[in-house]
Design a protein around this ligand. Structure first.
Ligand code: E4P
Length: 215
């Protein structure tokens, strides 16, 4: 399974890169606005830093506007993936971009049927939002599992990118149901690294080593 980092924070991207943990990055307007500053410069820095796909989101409501934005965004690098909302206009933009050989990530997906439509439009990735679905009392992972079955039934090559990840269990379950990619905030990546038995085991080894070397 591929790991993308869901962030616009360059320090997090560099750290996860050193740890060999990221295959790509997803951004969105909220993540970019959290960082503040010159967003164009930041998009450029992220695309330069990451050796893998970087999703940059369009914000126009209509396909024409989305396509105009996409033309600008692809200039940031060969690794740019255009993030398009799951709307009727977004599907037109997805189909057009795919026809031009530009990669797309259809975002804000909350049902298996939306994912199927995105795949039919030729999306490279679909992003079901697990945490937000769980937040309104739905079972987000059920959607991922349904999408996996549908894509396998019909041989769609669109990749399932599990998004809106809140905790380590989301990552484990995404892997178990066969998501192709999971995009995680750095805080969740940190959760994945830690286990209390690793910490206590390390403490015990250090204590014993000190006893040995100081006797
Ligand atoms: C995915 O590409 C999105 O950026 C992200 O996962 C959104 O999740 P949120 O619910 O944390 O905003």
């Amino acid at each position: 399974m591929e790991f993308f980092l869901d962030t616009a924070d360059l320090d997090e991207i560099r750290l996860a890169g050193k740890q060999g943990l990221i295959d790509g990055v997803t951004t969105n307007p909220t993540l970019l606005s959290r960082q503040g500053g010159d967003w164009k410069k930041r998009m450029q820095q992220i695309c330069d830093e990451v050796d893998g796909p970087v999703s940059l989101e369009v914000i126009s409501p209509d396909a024409e506007g989305m396509l105009r934005e996409a033309e600008e965004l692809v200039r940031y690098g060969d690794n740019v993936v255009i993030k398009v909302p799951m709307t009727a206009e977004g599907l037109i933009a997805t189909r057009t971009l795919t026809g031009k050989g530009i990669k797309t990530n259809v975002t804000l997906v909350f049902s298996a049927m939306q994912a199927l439509l995105a795949a039919k439009a030729g999306a490279t990735y679909v992003s079901p939002f697990l945490g937000r679905l769980d937040g309104i009392g739905h079972e987000g992972m059920e959607i991922v599992s349904q999408i996996r079955t549908i894509f396998d039934n019909y041989g769609y090559e669109t990749k399932i990118l599990a998004a809106s990840i809140r905790h380590a269990q989301h990552v484990l379950d995404s892997a178990l149901v066969g998501a192709d990619v999971v995009t995680v905030p750095y805080s969740v990546l940190r959760q994945l690294m830690h286990h209390p038995l690793t910490d206590s085991g390390l403490d015990a080894f250090l204590a014993d080593w000190n006893k040995l070397t100081q006797s």
